[in-house]
Ligand binder design. Structure first.
Ligand SMILES: [Zn+2]
Length: 303
């Protein structure tokens, strides 16, 4: 059996796992992302934790095919550099791949976290049977990983799939990126909480908003139906652009479940441009919590 190490770097924690080629996790560990130390020192800390996990697992270096790292974008996956992620303050132009490679003398691959999660869903999640699909995460932000003909679509530097800043309805006002009416500005968890707080005239979370939605609050129902419609609009654009067979949706907002999936599915069935597009399945992600590390390891298997 071959193994790869998956590292998922997030704003608050770093998850590390040894994963086999079927996507099963052999060992798993989590450390905090220490923002009081430099990014380079933090990568050294990650290296030491990888070493510790490896030692404890009893897996030898020659059973390992590589180390995959998932991190928030923007980044440069070809150079292995994390460039300036809003979710990792102070990580400016950090050569993550080189710093890990020097330590372990084996190939290190870096990708943005949504791309890694897409590969995890392909290896052992909701898209095992699909070579043309898009994974969309609807969480505090919105991002996507695009798989075409069985391979990740990376683009110039590995930032393809940043669909959160696609304009879907300019009447919604100005997004943090400067454009009017971005998908993320309307339909992310952050956006849902912001709009719900205005309606209720107090600070509430996106979870509170969904509870009000499920209890039938008229104004909130109107808000959430608008959110679902806009997500449907985005999915139709994705289907028309990439000719996908399936869209897998994960992230905190997708936890509301059936109402979201039914609503998006209906929109797609009605409005995707061609007949096959209108049959695109919209399904929930299967992996969630562990998709980061499994996907990071899957980078090594998918090469
Ligand atoms: Zn934007």
């Amino acid at each position: 059996m071959k193994y790869a190490i998956g590292v998922d770097i997030g704003g608050t924690k770093v998850a590390i796992a040894i994963v086999d080629e079927t996507g099963k996790i052999k060992m798993h560990s989590v450390i905090s992302t220490d923002i009081t130390i430099s990014a380079i020192k933090m990568v050294h800390k990650i290296n030491r934790e990888i070493e510790r996990v490896l030692k404890e697992s009893g897996i030898s270096m020659n059973q390992l095919i590589g180390i995959g790292v998932g991190a928030p974008g923007p980044l440069d996956s070809k150079k292995g550099v994390v460039t300036s992620p809003p979710n990792l303050k102070g990580w400016i132009d950090v050569p993550v791949s080189r710093l890990v490679e020097q330590h372990f003398s084996m190939p290190v691959l870096l990708e943005n976290d949504a791309n890694a999660a897409a590969l995890a869903e392909k290896l052992t999640g909701a898209a095992q049977e699909n070579d043309d699909f898009v994974y969309i995460t609807v969480s505090t932000g919105i991002g996507a990983g695009i798989v075409t003909e069985g391979k990740l679509l990376r683009g110039l530097k590995g930032n393809a799939g940043d669909i959160g800043h696609t304009v879907v309805d300019p009447s919604f006002g100005r997004c943090t990126c400067g454009q009017y009416g971005c998908l993320e500005w309307i339909a992310s968890g952050t956006a849902i909480a912001r709009q719900g707080s205005v309606i209720m005239d107090k600070d509430i979370t996106s979870k509170d908003v969904f509870n009000l939605y499920l209890s039938g609050n008229v104004e909130i129902v109107h808000l959430i139906e608008r959110v679902f419609r806009v997500l449907g609009v985005a999915c139709v654009s994705v289907i028309n652009t990439f000719d996908t067979e399936k869209i897998v949706i994960g992230g905190g907002v997708s936890k509301v479940g059936a109402p979201l999936f039914q609503s998006i599915q209906t929109y797609v069935n009605n409005f995707a441009l061609n007949e096959t597009g209108r049959k695109t399945e919209i399904v929930p992600a299967k992996l969630e919590q562990k998709s980061g590390v499994i996907g990071a390891a899957a980078l090594c298997f998918n090469r």
